[in-house]
Design a binder for this molecule. Structure first.
Ligand code: GLY
Length: 375
């Protein structure tokens, strides 16, 4: 079992990573002294697969356990679902010392973490991520929230978990598409900060896709280290350092929004957004043609898309104008975007990235256009 620490003073916590370590989870929680009554927020699929194992581990250490299921869907990250869960938990609560276990992927982690942040002005919660994406990214760093009619993650908080417990063996239940989606974020870490990790994926992508234990351990550990380091330096995303984690997200989010979150998984959209950002960096001569090619090749090799299908340029640009990274009132967004004020994370090598503002709109359009594929 490997342990990393996210150093945030009184809000510090460990990321524990291992293979088949779920039986140890109860013992670890007992040491944390975070309460005696666990409310496990999960979906029916994960509960069916791993619920008994988790329950045994908790009960052996004397915890009471209650499962709260939410549907396995992006739409579960809603105000309605959150309030409904709070009602169910409040009815159960009487005299208990509750804490929340977010047992699932990114949707569960964000929803359960957010509910923990507001219920009784905050109760402890832990992340027990079951997807690669949640183990390497969304489970770490305390960004929690729900979606609302007016925007994704519009209602949220910075609320750190008490521990992140990543059991690599749980990733065996992922299908290839889910695995690739998480891999997009791992490639992102390689590009922004760690050429060694990037090279590792170039060499070992077949092993990773076959869920080889050592390969998964390697990439989850390396990614978690980078994420922990960045969160330590810029917990509340105000110093421009955490912003680097948004490589590929400017155009990626726009593609997701333009397709109403149905056509592409988050990782697939981010993969396309990453190639677009690398292409912009190449045009701006910030990134060498060779490095650009390595990025595009790796994304292709792992089976992620580098082309956009069935979406129009105008739809992507419109969605981009509404991205919350464009600060200001809506009608001013348009002027700012068309005028000067967009912001991109651009790779300037493999292992290094920078935030750039004011990328010419014509260049952004040209790059997106070159990625469009009509079917
Ligand atoms: N996933 C981006 C962040 O945690 O800041």
């Amino acid at each position: 079992m490997r342990k990393l620490t996210v150093n945030l003073g009184r809000r510090s916590y460990d990321i524990v990573i291992g293979y088949k370590v779920l039986p140890e989870f109860g013992r670890l929680l007992r040491k944390l002294k975070i309460g005696s009554d666990a409310v496990v927020v999960t979906n029916p699929y994960i509960r069916k697969l791993y619920g008994d194992r988790l329950e045994n581990s908790l009960k052996e250490e004397g915890f009471s356990v209650r499962f709260e299921e939410v549907p396995d869907s992006k739409t579960s990250k809603s105000d309605k679902m959150c309030l409904n869960l709070i009602k169910r938990i409040a009815l159960y609560d009487e005299q208990r010392t509750l804490f929340i276990i977010a047992f699932g992927g990114g949707v569960i982690g964000d929803l359960a973490g957010f509910l923990a942040s507001i219920y009784k002005r905050g109760i402890p919660y832990v992340q027990l991520p079951t997807t690669l994406l949640a183990q390497v990214d969304s489970g770490i760093g305390g960004k929690v929230g729900i979606d609302w009619t007016y925007g994704k993650n519009l209602i949220g908080a910075f609320y750190q978990p008490k521990v992140v417990f990543s059991d690599i063996s749980l990733l065996k239940s992922l299908n290839l598409r889910q695995l690739r989606s998480g891999l997009a974020e791992v490639i992102k870490y390689g590009i922004i900060q760690d050429e060694g990790l990037f090279r590792y994926i170039e060499k070992r992508y077949l092993g990773i896709l076959k869920l080889n234990e050592n390969d998964l351990l390697h990439i989850v550990l390396a990614s978690s280290k980078i994420k922990a380091h960045i969160v330590q330096k810029d917990e509340r995303d105000t110093e421009g350092k955490r912003m680097l984690l948004n490589l590929g997200h400017t155009i990626g989010h726009a593609i997701e929004a333009a397709t109403k979150y149905t056509l592409y998984s988050h990782g697939e959209a981010i993969a396309i957004g990453t190639v677009c950002a690398a292409q912009i960096a190449k045009i701006l001569r910030l990134l060498s043609p060779d490095s650009f090619q390595r990025i595009e090749n790796l994304i292709l090799k792992v089976g992620l898309p580098v082309k956009i299908q069935n979406v129009k340029l105008t739809e992507i640009l419109k969605a981009q104008l509404h991205d919350k990274k464009f600060i200001g009132r809506k009608n001013r967004f348009v002027l700012q975007f068309i005028g000067r004020k967009n912001r991109f994370v651009l790779p300037v090598g493999i292992g290094k990235a920078e935030v750039r503002e004011n990328v010419p709109l014509e260049m952004v359009k040209k790059v997106i256009k070159s990625r469009l594929e009509c079917t």
